[in-house]
Design a protein around this ligand. Structure first.
Ligand SMILES: C[S@@+](CC[C@H](N)C(=O)[O-])C[C@H]1O[C@@H](n2cnc3c(N)ncnc32)[C@H](O)[C@@H]1O
Length: 162
């Protein structure tokens, strides 16, 4: 599994906790920022972190070495927020689109899953349509906790058609 925008480690904690076959599942985290050495509930024997910018080359440990070998890609990448919703939403969409393209072109194995969190924006509908073209199931999910205060939404895709 791979988590894009992994700092400070919340998603990676959940991936560590929720994976059933702990011996087999490796987890990779990528972020512009270095992760701390100790993160609660994160097993460092099967979890590796890389400091990398998604707009540049991926770490060679991931590509080309593990091309199309990932069962799940998660992305919570976000640049520093400006407070201007349109700008923040456009930045969020761009990062989700890069994560999506990279996932379907190079990272995911057949039947794999993709989850990204984005600020709601005008591009969401097209993003959803594109996702429906390459995944069996696409669901939009707004967590209860974020309903009132924020306009964040999870796009949850499963069954990559490869
Ligand atoms: C909201 S935080 C992620 C929180 C994390 N998912 C967690 O659960 O702890 C967004 C992260 O995206 C990272 N990020 C933004 N642009 C990026 C890029 N171009 N490449 C890699 N990471 C990026 C930021 O450095 C930041 O740490």
């Amino acid at each position: 599994m791979i988590d894009l925008g992994s700092f400070p480690g919340g998603f990676v904690q959940v991936l560590n906790e929720r994976t059933n076959d702990k011996e087999l599942v490796e987890i990779f985290g990528i972020d512009l920022q270095a992760m701390s050495l100790e993160i609660p509930f994160v097993d460092r024997k099967r979890t590796q972190f890389f400091v990398s910018d998604i707009f540049n080359d991926m770490p060679s440990e991931i590509l080309p070495k593990r091309e199309k070998q990932f069962s799940l890609v998660t992305s919570d990448m976000m640049s520093k927020t400006t407070g201007v919703h349109e700008t923040d939403a456009a930045n969020s969409l761009e990062l989700c689109e890069v994560a999506f393209r990279l996932s379907i072109e190079r990272l995911l194995m057949r039947n794999g899953g993709f989850v990204c969190k984005m600020f709601e924006n005008n591009g969401l509908k097209k993003f959803e349509v594109d996702a429906r073209g390459v995944f069996e199931t696409v669901k939009l999910f707004r967590p209860e906790a974020s309903r009132k205060q924020s306009r964040e939404i999870f796009v949850v895709c499963s069954g990559f058609k490869g």
